[in-house]
Design a protein around this ligand. Structure first.
Ligand code: ZN
Length: 350
């Protein structure tokens, strides 16, 4: 099942391992993220046990234990391998002329977009969501049609969407949002479903302080029996508090997106003035942070999920925008220029 938290955790762990762990810092971060006593994802999994009905605890506990063993075993192997490499490099170091002046090794660090993306992923993994991925090169069906965009919708225009030249009848395009992955996941797994989709998206935009033709989104989708607007509100409130700190309030304002009904713009307490009113929030005390809504019945029908039986909510926000807000820098371009003096400030973040 797509929303199985144990599978989600193992998937995320295997992906991290697959990316390679070559330094002590990377190793410690990995270990802390999964096994850390305070905030590790594995202890968190066991904390969920208590919230399950007694009949489900046995099976869940057994599978959680197997996952824990796999992760501990892999971490132990990685640690041993790292120690062997460190010892080897100490031996090499002993053979060199120690009177030569030292060269300070250049340290890499995580890009702020990666830091924010992982933070968001962790919050939703703890809430039992899985992480889904999909192609960046899409067709009109997944990017627009299945999401209830009418044929004449302006977003479909080549003015806004980057089309990829292809002589055939259905041109490919660079996805304009991560929502096509929702369609792919619902077609593949049906309902119930609980997932987030982080990824790169593309729009035909000129580069300036707040626009870029490439940016990052994270999108969420929950489909199940009896999902209501109250579930959406509770989820968003918990998420924004976890991301921006206790006391962050949320406000929904009705709006229109083709794939939800009703749709809402979500605002949160201005992080600069904590709601008192300042130039950044134009004195209102609120800033817009994301879009959301109840999945349109037509979208569910289109992927063969019965809207009489299931309902769902979806939400989406810009990772780059969160990074801008969280770190308080003024210009989106800083994220894409690769200036080491800028990026070095985030080297210590995990
Ligand atoms: Zn403000």
């Amino acid at each position: 099942m797509a929303s199985d938290p144990i599978q989600a955790l193992l998937g995320s762990f295997r992906e991290e391992i697959g990316r390679g762990v070559s330094t002590r810092g990377e190793f410690e971060r990995l270990k802390g993220r999964f096994l850390g006593r305070e905030k590790g994802l594995v202890p968190e999994l066991f904390a969920r046990l208590k919230t399950l009905p007694p009949g489900e605890r046995g099976a869940f506990g057994a599978r959680a234990n197997a996952a824990k063993t796999e992760i501990e075993e892999a971490v132990r192997r990685l640690g041993a391998e790292l120690e062997r490499r460190e010892a080897a490099s100490r031996d090499r170091a002993a053979a060199v002329d120690v009177t030569l002046p030292g060269r300070r090794p250049r340290r890499g660090g995580l890009h702020p977009i990666t830091v924010v993306r992982r933070r968001i992923e962790d919050i939703f993994l703890r809430m039992g969501y899985s992480i889904a991925d999909g192609p960046e090169l899409e067709n009109d069906f997944h990017n627009f049609e299945a999401l209830n965009f009418p044929p004449e919708h302006p977003a479909r225009d080549a003015q806004d969407t980057l089309l990829v030249d292809r002589p055939a009848a259905s041109p490919l395009l660079l996805r304009t949002h991560t929502s096509p992955v929702q369609i792919r996941e619902m077609r593949k797994h049906g309902a119930p479903l609980r997932l987030i989709v982080p990824g790169r998206v593309y729009r035909k935009d000129e580069v300036d302080a707040t626009h870029s033709p490439v940016f990052h989104q994270v999108e969420g989708l929950v489909v199940d029996h009896g999902i209501s607007m109250a579930d959406l509100k509770g989820t968003i409130a918990a998420f924004l508090e976890a991301l921006f700190g206790k006391g962050t309030k949320t406000r929904f304002i009705p709006t229109f997106f083709p794939f939800v009904e009703p749709g809402v713009d979500v605002s949160m307490t201005c992080i600069f003035c904590r709601g008192d009113g300042c130039p950044k929030c134009k004195g209102s005390g609120w800033i817009e942070i994301m879009g959301a809504g109840m999945v349109h019945p037509r979208v569910l029908q289109g992927v063969a999920i019965d809207p009489e039986e299931y309902t769902g909510f979806a939400f989406g926000l810009g990772i780059d925008r969160v990074a801008l807000l969280k770190y308080g820098f003024p210009d989106l371009r800083l994220l894409f220029e690769g200036d080491e003096r800028f990026l070095a400030q985030f080297a210590g973040e995990a």
